[in-house]
Design a protein around this ligand. Structure first.
Ligand code: SF4
Length: 466
């Protein structure tokens, strides 16, 4: 908290306004900030003391969920470690499929009769990881059967299976579809075989296209994929070809994400020791970003969020919206993060510890956070920035805070710098603002929170003095 306090004294963020301003420049999309602040915007959670984790969790489970809800199932295995990935946890071994599935089903059953689980429909269920498609067919069938029996899935629940192309055999695809999966999210990243292999991905371009066409032939689910720009040695020609190839497949939608090199990933380490060329610099990434917008608009795709494009109405992108915004997320599986009514929790990443705890009838939570009284407001701000706009007037009315006057100096500076446009209490991100939306979202949330803390401190002092 040293950023916010001078000793024990809380600093008024208005005395430190330059921290919240954007660098003004003729080329603001490149120079607005030195670097990206985080992958997703959000304020630091305040965690409960470890000894209270389980008792708080039990109390939370007695509550009705107060908002829209997703569910997330984390399968912690990967067959290989993609160099850029910070989520890798466990190598996949066939014999672990049954053991993990038995444990996961037990874990889901632990919450079977709780109010938190049963109180409202679940609108989106996401199988992520790791690689959920690594699991054996019989096991994924058992998991899908369990979630349908136990979770209150809405009639129109979006059920996504995230997966790797190499796992997408006909047998597996048919098992997913029979089990109710209605959306596939494929981590393709690039169709360029050399680039893929240099990042630790196995399948080649022809295999990807052939498997996607096989999956499309069932005509039973949305199929979306991720593309990433920013890899070492990725050229504009490769990027344009990736987008045009994805478009030619007539998918339901796709994402164009920016690569963030994390220092503790194999890629981060190899760039640091010089054995791999650096990732693309910010200026080049802005060019790739702008090119993706140009090509997607030219092809008449609709934009569901800054990074996500929709071609057909089969694609709804519900889980991603919920996960980054104001929604509960019931989570299961080693390493999963979730939240119920703003109480965020993290399930043990240590696989053996996870199996042991569940077999002893304990949900192995590493920690649980106590929600800020205004957590819903901050989540709504984060969700809106993901979408490229913010209706501050609506939030002001809903939460009864003077948000527009509170943030006026910052928003006016952002508008002058060229990262937003303002229209009667609404903020629309320019393309430069979209490129830096995580930084903008983070700064605005922090400024509002500190201003409220500072004002509350003043109120306390006035009351005490009076
Ligand atoms: S990108 Fe996916 S498959 Fe690759 S290591 Fe990360 S989680 Fe595993």
């Amino acid at each position: 908290m040293e950023t916010f306090h001078k000793g024990m004294e809380l600093i008024n963020p208005k005395d430190n306004m330059s921290k919240y301003f954007v660098n003004e420049s003729d080329n603001v999309i490149v120079n607005a900030f030195e670097k990206k602040t985080a992958v997703h915007a959000g304020l630091m959670d305040k965690f409960a003391p470890a000894e209270k984790t389980q008792s708080i969790l039990q109390e939370v489970l007695k509550q009705e969920r107060n908002n829209k809800t997703a569910a997330y199932i984390h399968v912690p295995f990967c067959e290989t470690h993609c160099l850029y990935c910070g989520f890798y946890n466990q190598p996949y071994r066939k014999e672990q499929s049954r053991i993990f599935t038995d444990t996961l089903i037990k874990e889901i059953m632990l919450w079977k009769d709780t109010k938190a689980l049963n109180s409202k429909p679940v609108n989106a269920l996401y199988f992520g990881g790791g690689t959920p498609t690594a699991l054996e067919v019989e096991d994924i069938k058992r998991i899908l059967k369990t979630v349908h029996e136990v979770l209150p899935l809405a009639n129109d629940c979006e059920i996504t299976m995230e997966g790797r192309i190499s796992n997408m055999t006909k047998e597996k695809v048919e098992a997913y579809l029979e089990g109710g999966v209605n959306r596939f999210s494929l981590g393709v990243q690039s169709f360029n075989t050399d680039l893929r292999r240099s990042m630790g991905r196995r399948s080649d371009r022809d295999t990807i296209i052939e498997r996607i066409n096989m999956m499309k032939s069932y005509n039973q689910s949305a199929i979306v994929l991720d593309l990433i720009y920013g890899f070492p040695n990725q050229t504009m020609d490769i990027w344009v070809d990736d987008i045009k190839t994805a478009q030619s497949l007539e998918l339901d939608g796709f994402d164009c994400y920016q690569l963030n090199v994390l220092p503790n990933t194999p890629l981060g380490k190899r760039i640091a020791d010089g054995s791999i060329n650096p990732a693309l610099d910010v200026k080049t990434k802005t060019e790739f970003f702008l090119k993706s917008i140009e090509l997607m608009e030219e092809a008449l795709y609709r934009r569901l969020s800054v990074n996500h494009w929709q071609r057909t109405t089969r694609e709804r992108n519900i889980y991603n919206q919920f996960a980054r915004g104001y929604a509960s997320c019931l989570s299961f599986g080693a390493g999963a993060g979730g939240n119920i009514n703003g109480y965020s929790y993290m399930i043990l990443r240590d696989y053996k510890g996870y199996i042991e705890a569940v077999n002893h009838g304990i949900k192995p939570i590493m920690g649980i956070s106590i929600p800020d009284k205004d957590y819903a407001l901050y989540k709504e701000i984060a969700e809106s920035f993901e979408n490229g706009w913010l209706d501050l007037k609506r939030l002001e009315n809903k939460y009864n805070y003077p948000l527009i006057s509170m943030t006026k100096d910052i928003l006016d500076q952002w508008e002058k710098a060229g990262v937003i446009m303002q229209q009667s209490g609404k903020i629309i991100l320019t393309k430069a603002g979209q490129f830096w939306f995580v930084n903008l979202s983070q700064l605005l949330q922090e400024f509002i929170k500190l201003t409220m803390m500072f004002n509350e401190k003043d109120v306390c002092m006035t009351v005490t003095a009076g």
